[in-house]
Design a protein around this ligand. Structure first.
Ligand code: ZN
Length: 380
């Protein structure tokens, strides 16, 4: 299913074949938390204008509202939101640990209160797989515990061991669900998730354990980008990467800035996702090929250039900095939509350029040119 096309150092150019089409990697998945990209972007925009390959949706949010049973009755997520390319759903684990109140972790799973209405919910590996099967995503993520950083070594170790047992239960449940006659996507894939906080020994040991589970179609590195210094994140990737199977995709969850992505690819990662392009856009923070800009800055009051002079997105083809600044200043909803459109197009184009550089054997040069430039402040 995963074909490694080319490698330059640790950086990989590949493709993953799925029932919903082939994903060219490295890839950035566009985050549509509740089956919608925040900022008023529809699946039609994503497909026709923004070069999106994979949409990511959140299991926890969709389970709470509208309910995965409703999405199942509507024919699954693809039909529900009219998106026909691959979808990855997270396991719900991260939200259970970051959003839900009064959670209690047991061997069987997690008891918690919904952040919407306080309703008592139980989620364990089997429940997570059943919800994701209802949603009928292309790739389901294993249910894991996302331990807070910093955590004690002993606690992290026990959590890692439980996460292995939970992964085995996820595998058994997905196998069972994929065989049921009423299952919408009988070819749903499962990615396992590496944990272990910032402890090298736990990260490596855990990766060695889960890579033995052949059923997994890919592996993610979880529990990073949760406030630890960037150097620590890169260090963990470098520790874990040598133990990740070469013939399966690797996914760095929740990462990150354009520079983080370039550095992640450099260290052997294939899949990324982050709310940053859409969230930052809604707060007028714009990523450009010459650095980061703040669209509400007074210096753009009379600037008739597009947000990014090198960009071909629908926003940059049609509107000026002066107009977009005005929209932000007047709290017009259109400001968010135009800015999100640009930032997502920028991220998806960044991945396209990364793939081109890998295809042409000049990734090292690409990284040297862009890694720090994209993190700098736009000067002009
Ligand atoms: Zn643009």
């Amino acid at each position: 299913m995963f074909k490694l096309i080319k490698q330059e150092g640790n950086a990989r150019r590949g493709e993953l074949t799925t029932v919903h089409g082939t994903i060219q990697t490295p890839v950035f998945m566009n985050v549509g938390t509740s089956a919608a990209i925040k900022g008023g972007i529809s699946s039609v925009d994503l497909a026709d204008q923004l070069k999106c390959q994979v949409e990511l949706c959140n299991t926890y949010h969709l389970h709470v509202r509208p309910g995965d049973d409703i999405i199942y009755k509507m024919g699954g997520l693809h039909k529900f939101m009219n998106w026909h390319k691959p979808i990855l759903t997270d396991s719900g684990g991260f939200q259970v640990f970051s959003l839900a109140k009064l959670r209690k972790i047991k061997e069987e799973g997690v008891y918690f209160n919904s952040h919407v209405d306080g309703k008592r919910i139980f989620m364990g590996p089997e429940e997570s797989m059943r919800i994701q099967s209802h949603l009928a995503s292309t790739i389901a993520m294993a249910f894991d515990e996302c331990v807070e950083n910093p955590a004690e070594h002993a606690y992290s170790k026990a959590s890692c061991e439980r996460t292995v047992r939970w992964l085995e239960r996820c595998v058994a449940e997905q196998k069972r669900l994929n065989l049921l006659e009423d299952t919408i996507n009988k070819d749903q894939m499962l990615f396992g998730i590496n944990q272990g906080c910032t402890y090298d020994d736990l990260r490596i040991e855990h990766m060695k354990r889960i890579r033995e589970i052949e059923y997994c179609s890919g592996f993610a590195i979880g529990g990073l980008a949760v406030g630890e210094p960037t150097e620590v994140m890169y260090h963990v990737i470098e520790q874990v990467e040598p133990f990740m199977p070469k013939d399966k995709p690797r996914y760095l969850m929740g990462v990150g800035t354009p520079s983080n992505i370039i550095e992640g690819v450099y260290r052997g990662v294939d899949f990324f996702d982050c709310v940053m392009p859409s969230r930052n856009a809604r707060h007028a923070t714009i990523f450009t090929w010459n650095g980061i800009m703040h669209a509400h800055n007074k210096r753009y009051e009379l600037d008739d250039r597009p947000l990014d002079t090198e960009c071909d997105c629908p926003t940059c083809r049609n509107f000026s900095r002066a107009y977009i600044r005005h929209l932000f200043k007047s709290n017009e909803q259109l400001a968010g939509r135009l800015a999100v459109q640009h930032n997502l197009y920028f991220y998806n184009t960044l991945m396209e350029k990364i793939r081109e550089a890998l295809d042409e054997g000049r990734y090292e040069e690409f990284r040297n040119t862009y890694s720090s430039r994209l993190a700098s402040k736009l000067e002009d």
